[in-house]
Design a protein around this ligand. Sequence first.
Ligand SMILES: Cc1ncc(COP(=O)(O)O)c(C=O)c1O
Length: 376
Amino acid sequence: MRFSTRAVHLGIRPAENHLPVSMPIFQSSTFEWEDMEHEPDPIYTRYGNPTRYGLEQLLASLEGGRHALCTSTGMGAVATAFSILKAGDHIVCTRDVYGGTANYLKKALAPLGVEHTFCDMTHPNNLCAALKPNTKMVWLETPSNPILQITDIRRCAQIAKEAGAVVGADNTFASPYFQNPLSLGVDVVMHSTTKYINGHNDVVGGVLIWNDDKFTEPFHLFTKVAGCTPGPFDCWLILRGARTLELRMKRHQESAMKIAAWLSSHRNVRKVFYPGLPSHPGHEIAKAQMSGFSGMVSFELENADAASQAVKKMRLFAFAASLGGISSLVGYPAKMSHAMLSQEERNEMGATDGLLRLSIGLEDPDDLIADLDEAL
Ligand SMILES: Cc1ncc(COP(=O)(O)O)c(C=O)c1O
C-alpha cells in the first residue's frame, strides 16, 4: 500500500484483547457491514452508536426501566414522547411545566391538530376534570419548574390510566436518584440529561425510559427520521457525569435544605419554594414518592427590581439558564425558562416578576449563604 492509502486505512480497529475500564468514544459516523446478509448494529450513528448504547443501558437501569433512548437534547426527548400523538388527540399537561414543553404543545403540536389542556395537577381532581374522550396522554412534571410544585404521581397515573391515556413524566428536577416514576405507574420517563445526570454544565442531552415494548418502535422511528439523536462525545460526557450522580445529588440536597431554611427566615424574602420544607404544600407527597428533595430552590422577592438588584450582587451564583451542575446558578424564569409565556400565563403558574430560581451547586453551603446574604 502506498502512503495515502496507508494514511486512510490504518489505525482504525483496536486490538481485540483491549478491555477498557471506561466506555470508549465511538467517534464514527458509520459502521462496516460484514456482507449483505448481516446488517450491523449500529449501522449509522443517527440510528445508534456503541457509546450511546452504553449510556442508554446505564440510564435504563438507574431509572428502573427496561428500555432507554437518548436524544440530542431534553426537548428532543419531549418531542419524541409526544410523537405518538396525532391530529385529533388531546394531551393534559402540568400547568407549571418547563416553558419549552409548553411552547412545543402550543407552537408545534396545536397547529398540527393536537389539542392540549394545562392543568394544576397538585389536585388530582383537576386532572379528572381536564380529561376528554380523546385524551391520549397525560404529562406530569414534578417537582415542577419553576415553583417546585409536587404532583401525586401514583394517583394521577391511576386516573390517567383509567381514562386510557399514556402517562409521561419529566423527572429532570428529581433525577433518577431521588425519584423513579415508572415504579409509581408512569409509562414513559423523560430527563433533560443536560441537568443533574450530566451535572457539569458542559453538554446538552435528553433521554426517554420505559418498560412497555409498544413504545420501542415508534420512539426509535421518530428519533431516526427527525434526527434528534446525540453524538458519541456528548453521550460520553453524560455517561461520565452519571457515574457520580448519587454523590452529587446527596450534596445538592443537603445544601439546598440548608439554604431554603435560611431564605425562609430572611426579611426580604416573601416566599420560599422547596419541597423539603415542612411548610411546602406538597411536602408530605414528596416525602412519600421521593427519597430526597433535590437541589432546586425558588424564592420570591418584592418585584422585578429587587430580583435584578439581588442577581447583580451575587458572586458565586452565575446568572444563567439551566440547572443541575456542580456550580451554582441563579435563574430568572420570567426572562429565561418561561420567557416564551405571556406575563399573565407566568403569573398564573407562579413565575412572578420577583421570582428567582437557584440551582444549588457543590460549593460549601456556608459560602453560598454568605453570597446570598450579601446580595439580599
Ligand atoms: C424540567 C425541564 N425539562 C426539559 C428541559 C429541556 O431540556 P434541554 O434544554 O436539554 O432541551 C429543561 C431545560 O431547562 C427542563 O428544565
